[in-house]
Design a protein around this ligand. Sequence first.
Ligand code: ADP
Ligand code: MG
Length: 248
Amino acid sequence: MNAKILETENVTVSFDGFKALNQLNFSMDVGELRVVIGPNGAGKTTFLDVITGKVQPTIGRVLFKGKNLRSLPEHQIARRGIGRKFQTPRVYLNLTPRENLEITSNRNKNVFSTLFSRSHPKEKHSFEGLLATIGLTAKADIPAALLSHGEKQRLEIGMLVGQSPDLLLVDEPVAGLTDEETYNIGELLLTLAQSHSILVIEHDMEFVRQIAKKVTVLHEGSVLCEGDFAEVQNDPRVIEVYLGQQQE
Ligand code: ADP
Ligand code: MG
């Protein structure tokens, strides 16, 4: 049996009696790239919130690398190795991509040495590698304000990776991107998936087709079904919940 990076056991999150998550059982293996889809209101964002500790389960538990995250504050969960990419890029616009990576990487988690030490040659090398991975070598030294929206997204993914998380949570990374930028983000996530466990939430079905190995469909706070892209796409229950949404 593969080791699990993440499991939820019967997780229910109630907001004044409304169950945003309803007895959610989910698990993914170490090293897996998983895509979670579902109509609006299915509970996708709440699912990420309950993993990162922003929201506590009303019932049930969340296990990261086999350990219960119950009652841990968000920053401690992050320190245990869960990194979250929010939908809108949060990069420092007046700094270059290289500087953005330097100030956010946790080479030794000491703010003062980050501010005052000269970078070690080996670290320089690793930033070059990261800049190449995110496709920003040629733009490494211009202000991030001059990057396109897609490039900013890639930079922020790079900043997340620089913190060496064991699990990356990525919320709707291609919303508002051009087809070409969407494709680039997909290729980047596929590259990162060779060395990370990644959980991606996404709406864009072309993008899901590009990156997905296994897809989980959420509906009304529970898992509706799971499978590869073709299985999920052809599942009558999935078609029904998506069509139901379009008719509203
Ligand atoms: P998704 O990301 O799949 O669109 P969400 O997780 O954002 O869905 O929301 C799931 C449901 O829970 C929605 O009906 C939403 O209105 C409700 N919900 C989310 N957060 C709260 C909250 N803080 N208080 C009350 N209801 C909430
Ligand atoms: Mg959402």
